[in-house]
Structures are given as C-alpha cells and as structure tokens.
Design a protein around this ligand. Structure first.
Ligand code: GLU
Length: 312
C-alpha cells in the first residue's frame, strides 16, 4: 500500500464531499435529529495499526445498526457459523431494516442478523444469565474490537428506549414464531443499549480493522474472533450491510460495509484495513450520504474493490 497515495485519497474524498448537503438526519429517534448535520469525519486503520484521519474524527456518535456486526461476531464465537446461519440466515430481505413485512414474507425467519429482527434474535442468542450479563458481554466485545473502553450514552439510550415500540413488536413476533431465544423484551432492551453506545471514527475503523486482520485487533493484538469465522461475518455485511442499498453498494464499491442511522459507515478491506466515515445526513434507506461518497472515492482511488481481477 502506497501511504502517500492513501493519505491523498482520504484528504481528496473529504474535501470533495464534506460540503454536500443531500440527505437528512434520522428523525424517528429524537436524539439523532439534533446532531449537527455538518459534522464529517473519515478514518483509515490498517492491519498493522496505522491510523490516518481527516475531519471530525474525534466526535463520538451513536453506533446504532453497526453494533449488529459486533453482536454477530460474539454470537458466531459462541455458537459457530452453522447455528447462526440456521437460526437467523444470511440473505438480504430487500426491505427496510425494521420491516415487519420481511418477516411475513419469509415464514418469520429474520434472514439477516443485520436487520432489526435478525439483530434482536442475535442479541437473544448470546449465552447470558439475565439482561445485565448479556449487556456486559456485548459492551466488552464492542470495547475489545474498538481497542478502547466504549461507553453507553444515557441520552441516546433514553431517547431510543422511549421510542422503540416498533422494535418491541418485532421482538414479540419473533417469539411467536420461535425465532427469539431469550425473553423478547430483554432482547429488545439490550439491543437498544448496544445501538446507543458512542464511537469516534478511529474506534469504528479499528473495529473494522479486526475483521480485515483475521479477527485480531491490530492495535491491541487481542484475538477477537477466529479467522475462519471472519469471512462469514463479512459475507453478511456484503449482503445486507447497507440495508436495501446493499446490492448497489456491492456493485459500486465491492467492499463489505455496515451503516448505522447515527451517520456511521464502516467498510472492510480484507488484509488491508478498514475505512470508517461519519456524517449524520442519511439517504432514504438510512445510509450516510457523505459517508458513502467518501468511502467510495477512497476505495476507487486505491483500487480496493474485492471483485477486481486481472487477466491471466
Ligand atoms: N436503533 C436503531 C433501530 O433499531 C438502529 C437502526 C439502524 O441504525 O439501522 O431502529
């Protein structure tokens, strides 16, 4: 990897897209609606722990849906790939992340651990002795992957717990069809907490760099996940990481990614590193507008599309 080319690609992407004003903050979670929309950050962490940043990369934002990747890593570690695949699935729903119709259409099987139904089912799969134990295990996994102590935001969590009626309804539907593996309200509560932790771009990129580096955190040296499980997790990100725009993302960028309605976006380049972007305004599917543009720009400049090949 040419370091100067990378720094140039990151700075160019930031300068080119930081003043784009398309999209809107998520408004269905009151806290997210009031995060300053102009904030924009971009960070790369390599598999050797090198860090490059530009923009608002110190700002801590709500991780939201990206937490689904981390809880999935823990579930894969505890249950193995086959059980997670059998119980949850690995397909795109093609529908919004909180769709009830997606459950109706697929005999109440969530299909993906990266939509709300599958994510709450995944949270319920964590082997735990009650809500606190479930929560602490997930928080520890978030911290281990980020390489620093991740904290819950009381403000975000309060805002979400007061408005998560739709997710509670999904949790009950899962229970009624046998796809919920703990008390449904406990799963929804802990899922809501896992969405309400704060990350900056460096912590998010470090999380992704663990997945680029065979499951080992390149900054702390800690083994997070066995290397054979990493491709399973990245495949889930490729199929459903950007909601119903995941196919478009695969087509345009060709990297496993995951976005959250807090404005975070993560992309993993296996054996190279990870890019994390933050910018609150979202497209209609829930993906950061500037985040997508910046990561796509860097990935294109660096020729990082996983599907690239050369004639032999
Ligand atoms: N906590 C949010 C929800 O459950 C996360 C959604 C997202 O980022 O996709 O609606």
């Amino acid at each position: 990897m040419d370091k100067n080319q990378l720094i140039n690609a990151i700075n160019t992407a930031y300068e080119k897209f930081k003043d784009i004003h398309d999209g809107d903050n998520a408004s269905y979670i009151p806290f997210l609606a009031q995060v300053p929309a102009e904030l924009t950050g971009l960070c790369f962490v390599s598999v050797t722990g090198e860090v490059h940043t530009v923009g608002d990369t110190d700002y801590s934002f709500a991780i939201e849906s990206i937490s689904k990747v981390i809880t999935l890593a823990l579930a894969l570690k505890q249950h193995g790939a086959k059980e997670v695949h059998d119980k949850i699935g690995a397909d795109a729903t093609g529908l919004p992340f909180n769709s009830v119709m997606a459950l109706e259409l697929h005999n109440d099987k969530p299909l993906s651990p990266l939509v709300n139904a599958g994510a709450m089912a995944t949270t319920s799969l964590i082997k735990a002795d009650g809500a606190e134990d479930r929560w602490q295990q997930i928080l520890s996994m978030q911290s281990a992957m980020a390489g620093s102590q991740i904290m819950l935001s009381k403000d975000v969590n309060d805002s979400e717990q007061m408005t998560n009626t739709h997710n509670k309804a999904i949790a009950l539907l899962l229970q009624s069809s046998g796809s919920m593996y703990s008390d449904p309200f406990q799963a929804c509560d802990v899922y809501t907490r896992q969405c309400s932790t704060l990350y900056n771009c460096v912590e998010l990129a470090t999380t992704g760099a663990c997945l680029a580096n065979g499951g080992v955190n390149p900054v702390s040296g800690e083994t997070i996940l066995s290397a054979d499980l990493v491709p399973r997790l990245l495949a889930e990100m490729m199929t459903e990481g950007l909601y119903e725009r995941s196919g478009d993302w695969a087509f345009e960028v060709g990297l496993p990614g995951k976005s959250g309605v807090g404005g975070g976006l993560l992309a993993v380049i296996p054996n190279v590193g990870a890019l994390a972007a933050f910018s609150p305004p979202l497209d209609v599917a829930g993906n950061s507008v500037r985040g997508q543009l910046m990561i796509k720009s860097v990935a294109n400049d660096m020729n990082w599309n996983l599907f690239n090949s050369v004639a032999h």
